[in-house]
Design a protein around this ligand. Sequence first.
Ligand code: 13P
Ligand code: SF4
Length: 341
Amino acid sequence: MTGAELYKKLANTPLQMAMAPYTPELCEEMAVKITRINQLKKEQNAVLLAHYYVPREIVLGPADFVGDSYKLSDDASKTEADTIVFAAVRFMAETAKILNPNKRVLVPGTDPSCSLADSITAKDVRELKSQYPEHTFVCYINTTAEVKALCDVCVTSTNVVDIFERIPNDKIVFLPDALMGKNVINALKAKGIEKEVVLYEEGACHVHERFDYEFIDLFKKSLPGTQVLSHPECTPEVVAQSDFVGSTSQIINQVKSYDEAQNLLVLTECGLVTGLVNDFPQHRFVGACQMCQYMKSNSLDGILRVLENPTPADEVILDPQVMQDARRCIDAMFKYARQGK
Ligand code: 13P
Ligand code: SF4
């Protein structure tokens, strides 16, 4: 890809959705780095997986697979490459390692944490398990491998409601996202399903919890007919005011489904909203998105660094027993998720 081609794709990115303005000069520099990354991937039989939330030049440039956490776990389970470079956050790279124990998994982000994954430790889960011995432990994919290893089933925002419905036990502990947990309980109630769900109250996504439901009302009043789309990590008040609630890929599919031009208020991370602004110019995107600093700590330079000169800290190394136990938890997710298909 030439610098001019890259600039054509990135030029219309609104400034508040980019880490820096995309100028022709910057795109020339980026195109050189993308060419080098593609060459190194070929030499090392490596693939680059990128979450929608990472900077746009990675998504449109060297990424081989782009998706949300469920799609990327599925892509990771199928790859034949020797090395996986995972431009996202650490828990996602850990999932790729658990699904590919013999492959090298590299993390290019300089701060690849996640406020949800950081909110709970294996010790916290052990304590909860002793309090709730009869419950099925369901963890969000945004957790460390050690936490997954202690849980029964893992879920993503794409499949969480379906999996809750399919788990035969009516007693569930869900961790660590309390806001998503409340939204799932409400979604189940709306379907006439009552389960005893215990929530871990400490966890929240620091990006999605920032959206304020009072703004939704203001937008709906000043722009009647505005469609509000939100991620299930938002507060229940935001979700209650939304016309559509779904994971990253479900939001994209919903936007695709509108036949006529709409005013859209999309309450999620800026990376996804930027992609929508670029791909669906017929719609008007209103309001402001929020950035995840952990996802945005990925860069072309970081990817080049881990391919050219990886340090031990760049590679995901997990205890073999933890990997085996966490694999059981992730496989349970794939099993439940595929049950409906
Ligand atoms: P998705 O499952 O929609 O990719 O969400 C992952 C995430 O971290 C959202 O904040
Ligand atoms: Fe974690 Fe929220 Fe960032 Fe997703 S957006 S990686 S849940 S902090």
